[in-house]
Write a protein that binds this ligand. Structure first.
Ligand code: HEM
Ligand code: HEM
Length: 175
């Protein structure tokens, strides 16, 4: 077994694109747009829709992963680091899911589903700073960004320093 299942490969790269996009657009765009800006409703609609899609796809990916055969763990040349790498993959699943869950909690507490997707016509609150899950969402965004940077550096280390063709495991081809 040389590669992950093609469904896992497709979902990995789609999720990588959506999660990095969500972090960049959320941190640089959404969080810096005041709730009084008329564009904010549209930004929230996009962000919330993509965030919910990420949650569904990430849980779906975890399920496909449980029920498909996968290649043996990649070897980084040190038993402890190998265990750490396997654990980091679960951390990635966990932080992405926690990120989306805290987003849903903000939306529930601020009544965003009615305001953004319904036609309640109610105004957005002045800001979200009084909502506890908003702070968690910000902290998780930093934690997720750092985890992704570590993940990418580890992948590059495998590919270009250990030269073990790690990327081919997360790509299409004979398994
Ligand atoms: C941004 C969000 C990302 C998430 C949430 C993510 C998540 C994961 C997870 C959970 C795995 C383990 C596969 C599994 O067991 O299910 C994995 C593997 C992998 N990822 Fe990512 N990843 C992301 C981005 C990236 C990026 C940007 C790169 C490359 C530049 C990358 C390269 C790889 C490679 C090469 C593997 C295969 C590792 C192996 O064979 O053990 N990932 N990723
Ligand atoms: C994994 C998926 C998600 C990612 C990567 C993500 C990313 C982000 C980021 C980076 C911020 C700005 C944080 C800061 O600068 O402190 C943010 C804010 C926010 N997100 Fe998410 N988010 C996700 C899912 C969701 C979901 C599912 C919802 C709601 C259904 C949501 C609702 C919000 C709200 C309401 C804000 C606050 C905007 C503001 O302060 O004006 N997010 N998100």
């Amino acid at each position: 077994m040389k590669r992950y299942h093609p469904v896992l490969v497709s979902l990995h790269w789609l999720l990588a694109f959506l999660v990095v996009g969500g972090l960049v657009a959320g941190g640089f765009g959404l969080a810096n747009t005041p709730n009084s800006d008329p564009f904010k409703l549209f930004s929230l609609k996009m962000h919330m829709s993509i965030g919910i899609a990420i949650l569904v796809l990430m849980v779906g990916r975890l399920l496909v992963r449980l029920f498909t055969k996968k290649p043996p763990h990649a070897d980084i040349g040190n038993a402890l680091l190998n265990k750490g790498a396997a654990a980091m993959h679960y951390v990635l699943y966990g932080v992405v899911i926690a990120m989306a869950a805290s987003g849903l909690a903000i939306a529930k507490e601020a009544g965003l589903f009615d305001i953004v997707f319904g036609s309640s016509g109610e105004a957005l609150p002045v800001d979200f700073s009084h909502i506890a899950p908003r702070a968690a969402h910000g902290v998780l965004a930093t934690a997720l960004s750092l985890t992704i940077v570590a993940h990418v550096l580890a992948a590059l280390y495998h590919q270009y320093i250990r030269k073990d063709s790690l990327f081919s495991r997360m790509w299409f081809g004979g398994r």
